[in-house]
Design a protein around this ligand. Structure first.
Ligand SMILES: *Cc1c(COP(=O)(O)O)cnc(C)c1O
Length: 388
């Protein structure tokens, strides 16, 4: 190419991780099913050390995030490998609003004396900075699952570095199309590849990405030793899904914004959280550090948990299910899970997929009306909503 302008992320999603360009080679790196390799080659000796199909996916995720990617068997395996790097007794500062699996993992490690956990409200920059004294690691998640709070990544990363701490950003909800934390001076990015990166609700995978070569080597070594290795078939499918990431995000993000605006005007909806709405507390921050506002909308239904459960029971096109980031729109009353005590009981998390906005809206509108009819005001708080 004539100029050396960096390729747009949407182009990289298509071109990265294609392997060597030898005539006659397939365009896509194939699924390599192997537990071992002939000795004395240049590649990995054993299936736990490496796999060409993983490498293709790692090249693509690495190119998108601007670092070296190491893929794992799930998002939580990637998270665990990063947390494993905290020295014994080290202080980890993490948001109260982080993904519940991450919070539980850190709480458990704290209870066993493996590390010291200090939780903070990441929107309160002063609290975070105060907690960072002597910290080994600052964990951030932005936007956070499921409340869609934003964290000031460059501001908090700068403060963490001044305190001598490394900074991790869980970039699952934004994806590198909408946010590149390494460019915002974070040290490590983690992903649940299960979600938007692969995008088809058919596999579990994770990734950690860093610009520090020694850290990337340490993460790959931890993967080999703890055995959190992805399947080659999963890696192939994840890369196949990643090829359309920019297009999926554009479509689902546009639909999410439109649904958020329509929900905001709906009389049975009490509050809508979407970073693209001007009244979202993180809206200006999102405009500064993101390119787009994501595909997740959270909204609170009038009538409490029972009404929210009734919405989930009444949708016909939208699927009541956990998880997010697939082509199909999913809805979930998040507070049904243990450990989600901070999540309002009537909050519904909508993972917007690729269906037409008017079909989704018609389904939501009908479900909201059915829920209101089943839970008329006055007896709204009577039933349902028991903790599961
Ligand atoms: C799902 C999720 C994880 C965990 O990933 P798995 O692939 O389910 O192990 C971590 N962080 C966030 C934000 C998630 O949504």
């Amino acid at each position: 190419m004539a100029d050396h302008r960096p390729l747009d992320p949407s182009t990289l999603a298509v071109t990265a991780g294609r392997g060597a360009r030898r005539p006659g080679d397939p365009l896509s790196v194939p699924v390599v099913l192997a537990s071992t390799y002939r000795a004395e080659g240049d590649g990995p000796p054993y299936g736990r050390d490496g796999n060409p199909t993983w490498t293709a996916l790692e090249e693509a995720i690495g190119a998108l995030e601007g670092g070296t990617a190491v893929v794992f068997s799930s998002g939580m395996a990637a998270v665990s490998a990063v947390i494993d790097g905290v020295p014994a007794g080290g202080l980890v500062v993490a948001p109260l609003a982080a993904y519940h699996g991450v919070r539980r993992l850190l709480t458990d490690a704290h209870a066993r004396g493996r590390l010291t956990l200090q939780t903070v409200e990441t929107a309160r920059g002063g609290d975070v900075i105060a907690a960072l004294r002597g910290a080994a690691l600052l964990w951030l998640e932005s936007p956070a699952n499921p409340l869609l709070d934003l964290a000031d990544i460059p501001g908090l990363a700068g403060a963490a570095h001044a305190a001598g701490a490394r900074v991790v950003v869980d970039n699952t909800l934004a994806t590198p199309i909408a946010q590149r934390p390494l460019e915002l001076v974070a040290d490590i990015v983690v992903h649940s590849v299960t979600k938007l990166l692969s995008g088809h609700s058919d596999l579990l995978m994770g990734a950690a990405v860093t610009r520090e070569p020694a850290l990337a080597t340490a993460l790959a070594s931890r993967r080999a030793l703890t055995g959190g290795v992805p399947g080659p078939m999963e890696a192939f499918l994840a890369l196949r899904g990643l090829r359309t990431l920019a297009l999926r995000l554009e479509r689902a993000g546009g639909t999410a914004g439109e649904l958020a605006r329509r929900l905001e005007r709906h009389p049975l909806v009490e509050r809508v959280r979407y970073p693209g709405l001007p009244d979202h507390p993180g809206h200006e921050l999102a405009r500064r550090q993101m390119q787009g506002f994501g595909t997740m909308v959270a909204f609170e239904v009038a009538g409490g948990a029972a009404a929210a459960d009734a919405v989930c029971a009444s949708v016909e096109l939208i699927v009541p299910a956990t998880s997010l980031g697939g082509v199909e729109t999913l809805i979930e009353r998040r507070a049904r899970w243990p450990g989600e005590e901070r999540t309002p009981p009537a909050l519904l998390r909508l993972s917007v997929g690729l269906e037409h906005v008017d079909d989704l809206w018609a389904d939501l509108e009908a479900a909201l009306e059915a829920a209101a009819a089943a839970n008329p005001p006055g007896r709204a708080m009577a039933g349902g909503g028991e903790a599961r």
